[in-house]
Design a protein around this ligand. Structure first.
Ligand code: G3H
Ligand code: 13P
Ligand code: NA
Ligand code: ZN
Length: 328
């Protein structure tokens, strides 16, 4: 069944687990996420970005998720719109049947310019009013994702601050978070703790200086009843990086958010963990390997099946590590 984010995260809080929220763009990703959920008995959050809507088309994207609901009627699924840049974008998703939307008011509608606090409160509160009237959940964001090593936001198709960010933008303030939740009534709050979107998050395995799990604890202490969301939370598996580079790819050395740090966050109020890059890497690595090992193959189903398998392994590992397996 289709359920709202609030329903799922309230249940996750009661049972002390976290949910991976996977970005989807194509059928293979949906297959991988659903097969893994079925095998581990996990609920599912699938989310579509503006980039995904531009790639697949909103109709195709939505129907891929609707197909998953039909094919797996026993699994609860949240259909979430990732990083809405305006109330209008969120309204369109609400009207088209999404059960949850993110109003990312931390940036202006260009998806690049950091906004004022007042602007963020205003747009987020407006989306909450509209969404809640129809039983749809809302995720807000306070603080700007970006690296505490470099002050750069990192890349994400269209979404991410341009130029250098300062420390007070890169780390969500617990007091301001409490005020934000009170004024907007959001169901879940994305916070900035040093992660960034894309593959290039950390130049070495992150220490507590650049990945501020301690800040999650402070925010959770201040607003214990708010579901926290970690964006930019791919772990950038070193084994997939090696496969990509061993089969003709050229990605630079880089590190993601270690799964054990996410698990620590989940102990302190993190309920939704956004993952896109890891599935992109598993897909690319699987396809590169298949094509190099099978140069005569020209049937895309053969390499896309490998991509599905590679992505599915990551999904299963996250469902298990975050504690949601057995909770479908
Ligand atoms: O929103 C987070 C995803 O990584 C989005 O990426 O806009 O390239 O689809 P995308
Ligand atoms: P990654 O780039 O770390 O996978 O983050 C995805 C994300 O936060 C989507 O909103
Ligand atoms: Na989101
Ligand atoms: Zn994000």
């Amino acid at each position: 069944p289709l359920i709202s984010m609030r329903q799922l995260l309230d249940y996750a809080a009661d049972h002390q687990f976290g949910m991976p929220a996977f970005n989807v763009n194509n059928m293979e990703q949906v297959h991988a996420i659903m097969q893994a959920a079925d095998e581990t008995d996990s609920p599912v959050i699938m989310q579509g970005s503006a980039g995904a809507r531009a790639y697949a088309g909103e109709t195709f994207l939505r129907h891929l998720i609707l197909a998953a609901l039909e094919a797996y009627p026993h699994i609860p699924i949240v259909m979430h719109q990732d990083h809405g840049t305006s109330p209008a974008v969120c309204l369109r998703s609400i009207q088209s049947g999404f059960s949850s939307v993110m109003m990312d008011g931390s940036l202006m509608t260009d998806g690049k310019t950091p906004s004022s606090y007042e602007y963020n409160v205003d747009v987020t509160r407006r989306v909450v009013e509209m969404a809640h009237a129809g039983g749809v959940s809302v995720e807000g964001e306070l603080g700007c994702l970006g690296s505490l090593e470099t002050g750069e936001a990192g890349e994400e198709d269209g979404i991410g601050a341009e130029g250098k960010l300062d420390m007070d933008q890169l780390l969500t303030d617990p007091e301001q978070a409490a005020d934000f939740v009170k004024q907007t009534q959001v169901d879940a709050l994305a916070i900035a703790i040093g992660t960034s979107h894309g593959a290039y998050k950390f130049t070495k395995k992150p220490t507590g200086e650049v990945l501020r799990i301690d800040r999650i604890k402070e925010i959770h202490q201040r607003i214990p009843n708010t579901h926290l969301v970690m964006h930019g939370s791919s772990s950038v598996p070193q084994e997939w990086l090696a496969i990509i580079n061993n089969f003709g790819g050229d990605m630079g050395q880089t590190y993601g958010v270690p799964v054990e740090e996410i698990v620590e966050g989940i102990k302190h109020g993190v309920r939704k963990v956004n993952i896109d890059t890891d599935l992109r890497m598993a897909s690319t690595g699987s396809i590169r390997r298949h094509l190099q090992e099978n140069p005569s193959n020209f049937d895309p189903r053969k390499f896309l099946k490998e991509a599905t398998q590679g992505m599915k392994e990551i999904c299963k590992a996250r469902y298990e590590a975050f504690g949601c397996s057995g909770h479908a």
